[in-house]
Design a protein around this ligand. Structure first.
Ligand code: TRP
Length: 448
């Protein structure tokens, strides 16, 4: 077998992993969840989850992947030397497929907004019209589906160009630009008259809103936003060079991702309150609030184009990582060429995506446990599949890999120091699994 492709250098690793983590989860899903789960208290629990659950699992996934040098399923086989733990990998691949089923739809929305920003801008529209126009758009049977198909085709092409040329190059240029733009929007948003109410909603936790449901949602959001619990970071770990300090990379990715989430919320909630939009309006929240910000900035026409373009690209670097999980699995395990694997996976995703998109419009009367198919995919993966798969991955790394091998991986063969190792192992063995289990128990008790 030839040498496995790898990311070039420390900056490459950081930007690619952050490219996966930073995406619609930060700018679209995080504010939406925050609004639906009561604001500040959710933010606080989210931060706890990112530290107690996110950090250790990401480090576990990176080291597992780099040890295994294979796709998720192959990694479990190679690291354990048996076929017994393959199912964790299969769960991951399945989860990637389900996530892409709805993620692709939202990616398509971002492209439509790029088009709208170019074609007519948003400046002539009031807050109400912006909200109505999103609703009219998202329930249409054809237009969102076409944008989704276009997006997924671009995604397929990038993955098929390969790890280094495709994925790394895209991330390196565009990630920093997106960060800059979000900061500009924050500044404008917090200075809106009436916006301070939004900041209070965000930063003054109201603990009476804290239910077991909110805690479960915050944990799900942490998994989703950090791209954990399905082998995405495991797959990326297999492309990380042996000289990279994994501990540092994990810390940087988590901090960056969390920053973008908080900044997005700071850009969105002042507008929500200044314009009288309902904070719990759901998936449309980002799409109906942000155009209002551009309307308040000189040169808003250009800002809007730039923003939605960068949002599409952030979505793309995340979608790439999801497709990469499936593609690496199909091509390495089923021995099909990378290109064919990427195409097959994309077609499957498109089919799921059509159902997800139509479930918001013409098929909205069909419900699964009271959810549309779109919401069902989103909810079930984030709240159940990812935490459970994440639990299995952390259990495997903590208890099956063995302390010696893990320490060797994290110290790059004892060439660097990993001062945090003891803390990490303690978290991974006891604290993280316990935290996940408690959140579930808490939820189950609440249910009965
Ligand atoms: N983290 C990405 C976002 O915030 C989405 C994503 C990419 C993801 N890869 C993942 C989510 C793997 C869960 C698992 O938009």
């Amino acid at each position: 077998m030839g040498k496995r492709a790898s990311f070039g250098g420390r900056l490459g690793v950081l930007l690619v992993a952050a490219g996966s983590a930073v995406g619609l989860g930060n700018i679209w899903r995080f504010p939406c969840e925050l609004g639906q789960n009561g604001g500040g208290a959710f933010l606080l629990i989210y931060l706890v989850c990112a530290v107690v659950i996110g950090l250790p699992i990401m480090l576990a996934e990176f080291s597992l992947g780099r040890m295994g040098q294979s796709n998720v399923v192959g990694t479990f086989r190679r690291v354990s030397g048996t076929n017994k733990y393959r199912w964790i990998g299969y769960a991951g691949v399945l989860c990637a497929l389900l996530i892409m089923g709805f993620y692709g739809v939202v990616c398509g929305w971002t492209l439509d907004y790029v088009y709208q920003a170019v074609a007519h801008g948003f400046s002539s529209m009031t807050a109400e019209e912006l909200s109505q126009s999103f609703k009219d758009f998202s329930v249409q049977p054809v237009r969102p589906v076409l944008w989704m198909i276009l997006f997924l085709t671009i995604n397929c092409v990038v993955v098929f160009l390969g790890v280094k040329e495709g994925i790394e190059r895209t991330s390196k240029v565009l990630m920093p630009l997106l960060l800059l733009l979000v900061i500009v929007m924050c500044v404008r948003s917090v200075t809106l008259p009436g916006g301070s109410e939004g900041l209070r909603f965000l930063f003054e936790p109201d603990f009476s809103k804290l239910t077991p449901q909110v805690v479960l949602n915050a944990m799900g959001q942490a998994f989703f936003s950090l791209s954990l619990g399905m082998g995405c970071m495991t797959t990326y770990g297999s492309y990380i060079g042996k000289d990279i300090n994994l501990g540092h990379s994990v810390l940087q990715v988590t901090i960056l991702d969390t920053m973008v989430s908080i900044l997005s919320a700071v850009a969105i909630f002042p507008v929500v309150f200044a314009m009288g939009i309902n904070p719990s309006s759901g998936p449309e929240l980002a799409f109906i609030t942000l155009p209002n910000v551009f309307n308040q900035i000189p040169g808003g026409y250009i800002w809007a184009i730039l923003f939605f373009l960068l949002l599409s690209i952030a979505a793309l670097t995340s979608a790439i990582s999801l497709l990469e999980v499936i593609t690496a699995f199909v091509s390495e395990e089923l021995k099909i060429s990378r290109k064919k694997s990427a195409v097959y996976a994309t077609v499957l995703i498109m089919i799921l995506g059509v159902f997800a998109s139509l479930s918001l419009g013409v098929w909205s009367e069909y419900k699964i446990f009271g959810f549309s198919f779109f919401e069902f995919l989103d909810d079930v993966t984030a709240r159940f599949v990812m935490p459970l798969t994440g639990l299995s991955i952390s259990w495997f790394v903590a208890w099956k890999v063995g302390r010696k091998r893990l320490e060797k991986e994290l110290t790059n063969g004892h060439t660097i120091r990993a001062k945090y190792f003891a803390v990490f192992l303690f978290l991974l063995k006891y604290v993280t699994p316990l935290a996940i289990i408690l959140v579930f128990l808490n939820q189950t008790i609440d249910f009965f």
